[in-house]
Design a protein around this ligand. Structure first.
Ligand SMILES: CC(C)(COP(=O)(O)OP(=O)(O)OC[C@H]1O[C@@H](n2cnc3c(N)ncnc32)[C@H](O)[C@@H]1OP(=O)(O)O)[C@@H](O)C(=O)NCCC(=O)NCCS
Length: 353
């Protein structure tokens, strides 16, 4: 077995198979667990997230044996913040599991990252919503539990990772349009006239500063299960680079924000991302309300307006997916009220040293 390293793979380059392999293997995992591909991500979507390398460097290690491709480890190395952390994601083709391929990839990744002075390693796994086996692993934060004997969990614990937190993924089957509009109207009536809705597609340069503030608040305020994380560095350049890469591969993003009229600043926002034309499923991302404006219904205000607007942009979208820390009760309550139903879990693991 040989381990090859790839970095900075361009779109339409012969090496793009690395993104395709990684995405195909993960698609197999989510289809096996949840029975559909709503949670699968496209190779180009993974590629787009790697297009701001001065903020976050992305590499892939691939285990090969002759012309057989056995598995992949994606490595993400934050450059401006969290320079002690490496995010790792290991996946092995089911045909080659339990032969040490995952361990070889992980060892090689950790060795490489240590050379880059990384001391903390984090990764996520996909899990069924409810653990089924007799042995459970509980996160250090929140009350989520995973099945200790699943391949992902056994592999992570065997390699010295601790479960920090269990996240819950939920799905909403979009109600009919009149109902969405009624929800948005009711939210408008329940919200102070000091707040106004602003909506856009993509990245609006005129709101760059406010979006950077909201982006940083997102990093600082979302529950992180005690994981060793610093606030993520977020500025206009990073937002612009990622938006350009997403646009290039056909990813669209609809954002609804709340403008605080007295100060002229955006104080809450929520986005929906649609990865490819014709997709029935879209992702709910990045709902945040600045601390000083919480408790006033603004999360509900921006989400209901985002939902009411999305059909006119993407009439084919039927379902939305979102993820929350299981201890993020505030966001979970909003999502439950909107009709989201939990269907999947994700384990967040960390290893130090
Ligand atoms: C987790 C995964 C990467 C392991 O890859 P692998 O090549 O089979 O792993 P290894 O052969 O190196 O296994 C190393 C150890 O992990 C543990 N392990 C791995 N799979 C296991 C399983 N199905 N049940 C119990 N323990 C398991 C064992 O301790 C194993 O050592 P052993 O075989 O000597 O008992 C693979 O199962 C996979 O791709 N799963 C789906 C993706 C995923 O969840 N990735 C992890 C999150 S980033």
């Amino acid at each position: 077995m040989q381990i090859l390293r790839y970095e900075g793979i361009p779109l339409e380059h012969p090496d793009f198979w690395v993104y395709e392999l990684d995405a195909a293997l993960w698609r197999g995992v989510v289809e096996g667990l949840y029975g559909d591909d709503d949670m699968a991500s496209l190779p180009v979507a993974r590629w787009a997230e790697a297009q701001a390398p001065m903020y976050s460097r992305v590499l892939h290690l691939v285990a090969v044996d002759g012309d057989r491709r056995l598995g992949v480890c994606a490595i993400e190395l934050p450059q401006r913040d969290n320079r002690h952390i490496a995010y790792l994601s290991v996946i092995v083709d089911p045909a080659y599991r339990r032969r040490g391929v995952g361990s070889a990839l992980l060892d090689a990744a950790i060795q490489f990252c240590r050379g880059d002075e990384r001391t903390t390693f984090q990764g996520w796994t996909w899990e069924p919503l409810q653990p089924a086996g007799p042995r459970r692993l509980r996160g250090t934060h929140g009350d989520g539990e995973l099945d200790a004997d699943r391949d992902s969990v056994a592999f992570a614990t065997r390699h010295g990772f601790k479960l920090m937190q269990v996240d819950t993924m939920s799905r909403l089957v979009l109600p009919e349009q009149p109902e969405l509009e009624a929800q948005a109207r009711a939210a408008r009536e329940a919200t102070s006239p000091d707040y106004r809705i602003v909506q856009w597609m993509g990245f609006p340069p005129e709101w760059a500063d406010d979006l950077a503030v909201l982006g940083r608040a997102m990093g600082a305020d979302v529950p992180t299960g005690g994981a060793d994380l610093e606030e993520e560095s977020m500025d206009e350049e990073r937002l612009r680079l990622l938006d350009a890469a997403r646009t290039r591969v056909g990813i669209e993003r609809l954002t609804t924000a709340a403008l605080h009229v007295p100060s002229g600043r955006l104080v809450a926002k929520s986005s929906i991302v649609r990865f490819a034309a014709g997709d029935e499923v879209a992702d709910q991302w990045d709902t945040i309300v600045l601390r000083e404006h919480r408790g006033l219904g603004l999360g509900w205000f921006v989400k209901t307006h985002n939902h009411a607007a999305l059909r006119s942009r993407w009439p084919e979208v039927r379902r939305l997916i979102t993820g929350n820390a299981s201890e993020n009760q505030w966001m979970l309550a909003i999502n439950r009220r909107l009709g989201y139903e939990p269907f999947a879990a994700s384990g967040w693991f960390q290893r130090k040293g």
